[in-house]
Design a protein around this ligand. Sequence first.
Ligand code: CA
Length: 236
Amino acid sequence: MKKILLVEDETSVAAFIKKGLSEEGYEVSIALDGTTGLEMAMSNSFDLIILDIMLPGLNGIELCRAIRKQNKSVAILFLTALGTSENIVVGLGAEADDYLIKPFKFIELLARVKSLLRRSEKTASSQNSGSEEQFQLGDLLVNNYTKTVRRGERVISLTSTEYRLLLLFIKNQKKVLSRLEILEEVWGINFDMGTNVVDVYVNYLRKKLEANGATRLLHTVIGMGYVLKESDEDTN
Ligand code: CA
């Protein structure tokens, strides 16, 4: 049974989520504040951690950072009532894998939970298979065996979601990928959720790829999506 930790201080919301996820066959533990959440996350093994952002004790973002110091691989989903892009960006910068804005329908939460758990299973099995895969575009090198990314000599540190996104692009280099295709491949969601999560992550990835003035590889194709390729005059 998949184990989920839910850190949420609103008891009614926590109870609602726990009831729904338990009915779907998940084992859900609840922490009502950030400090307890951290203790539970450190002393148990969870497949997924769902974090509210506004919490007493440690807030969700601080909690996410603290968990990530110990555990790079556990899937983390933020719940936030703070629907501004600024807060979302801050939250994802703390290395969560996805976010959901309150209020949400339970079915939306369930879709995210299933997709995050499927992704972490996939990552685990591909790590076990040990097949060596290397991809290159210009000075960009992705080693899918060691999960390392470099541009020339510079090592680029990516979160797991950024890495999956880059892997999709480099496996499909020069091909224009639509937001929906990206959402389906990277987030495992095959319908338009009306969020800008793809754009947010493309921007994160782009910033890291272009650090120190490196040339643009990840291009916007207006009205179509994104493409990874070496620069030419047709794109910006
Ligand atoms: Ca709260």
